[in-house]
Design a protein. Structure first.
Length: 371
């Protein structure tokens, strides 16, 4: 019997069993091996560093990435030392089995893995998560869950069929401030909500969009498995314009500012108002980046209008704007409250990244930051 089957079938159901608290066996805060999960990570540098750092209380048995030089850089500070707070993760990474191809990792270690943390570029979320679930593994997938609606529906169907535990990572959804805001709405603080505006400054100053493909190619770094980065995407020559971070702006790999920050800024309205699927969507933007007739990179700014309704409820209209576009300033907003936070008199450096949402209700408005 493999370990995962044993864990599923070993619930204490017999009458008369004496259960000894773990604190008696191992001291306060002790986590016994029976409560420790075997975790594998796919995409463990960059954003994956933060996600996997939350897993150091578990047993990290394997890590998979197409560029372990980038993984190592993600663990270090500007002086090249292991960054504060990442020592345990660095040690776990040193001891874990390493793979470039998650399929080989699953073939070798499937029976030793309980759960998988997936923090790859967007275009690999669906294929990696579906493969893990088909093998009976539980999954956590970084937001946005998928590149397309069809991929999201496929993952939902697979999760139901395999009866596995799943979660999309959405940091703002788990923050107590977000919960507090929606509880105010549930409690009628601003009355019935009928209009929502959400916006972000991204991609400005974060990654390029609205650009054509780079001309020519670059030598593939020794540490980079370029074919595994591409995965299901069309084959193109390697270029640093795609990896390690700027993939977000390219249609084949990322979902632009809407996929990056809309997951946070639209989420609370969807949660609080139980909006479901929209009945109408229309959008406008400046030009996509093109390669001939092909759209290759997302526009630098866009506006997307959603209408939610049906089922006898009053319609709710939600407007998304990115690339620095802002909603009209509500008359109810006090003059000393800015839509965008500027640098203070004693602050230095670039302006802070900004974004927010305004909920318009019958009896007032609610405005909140990104998270």
């Amino acid at each position: 019997m493999d370990r995962r089957t044993f864990l599923k079938g070993s619930a204490l159901t017999a009458a008369g069993l004496s259960v000894v608290p773990r604190s008696v066996l191992g001291g306060a805060g002790h986590q016994p091996p029976s409560d420790t999960l075997n975790i594998a990570g796919i995409g463990v540098g960059g954003r994956g560093t933060s996600n996997m750092n939350a897993m150091t209380s578990e047993n990290i048995v394997a890590i998979c990435d197409i560029d372990f030089d980038h993984v190592d850089q993600s663990l270090r500070d500007g002086d090249g030392n292991v960054a504060d707070g990442l020592g345990a993760l660095h040690e776990a990474y040193e001891q874990a089995e390493r793979y470039a191809d998650y399929r080989r990792m699953f073939d070798d270690l499937e029976d030793e893995i309980d759960g998988v943390v997936i923090s790859t570029p967007d275009h690999l979320h669906a294929v990696a998560a579906q493969e893990a679930m088909k093998r009976g593994l539980h999954v956590y997938v970084e937001k946005p869950l998928t590149r397309t609606v069809r991929e999201a529906r496929t993952l939902m169907e697979t999760a139901d069929a395999m009866d596995v535990v799943t979660q999309m990572g959405n940091q703002g959804h788990t923050h107590p401030d977000g919960r507090r805001a929606i509880e105010w709405v549930w409690n009628g603080a601003i009355g019935a909500v009928h209009e929502i505006h959400a916006w972000t400054d991204r991609p400005a100053s974060w990654w390029p969009q609205g650009v054509s493909r780079p001309q020519g190619s670059m030598p593939i770094p020794d540490a980079v498995n370029w074919d595994l980065f591409l995965g299901p995407a069309p084959e193109v020559p390697y270029h640093e314009a795609y990896h390690p971070f700027d993939w977000r702006g390219w249609v084949d790999y990322g979902t632009g500012a809407l996929g990056d920050m809309g997951a946070h800024l639209i989420d609370h309205a969807m949660w609080a108002l139980d909006l479901g699927a929209p009945t109408e969507v229309w959008a406008s933007s400046n030009a996509f980046g093109r390669d001939g007739d092909e759209r290759v990179s997302w526009p630098t700014a866009e506006t997307v209008h959603y209408t939610f309704g049906g089922g006898g409820r009053d319609p709710v209209r939600l407007t998304w704007q990115d690339g620095g576009l802002l909603p009209p300033r509500p008359q109810a907003l006090p003059n000393d409250v800015p839509l965008v936070r500027e640098l203070g008199a004693n602050e230095e450096g670039p302006p802070p990244s900004w974004g927010g949402a305004i909920w318009v209700g019958d009896e007032g408005i609610l405005m909140h930051d990104t998270y």
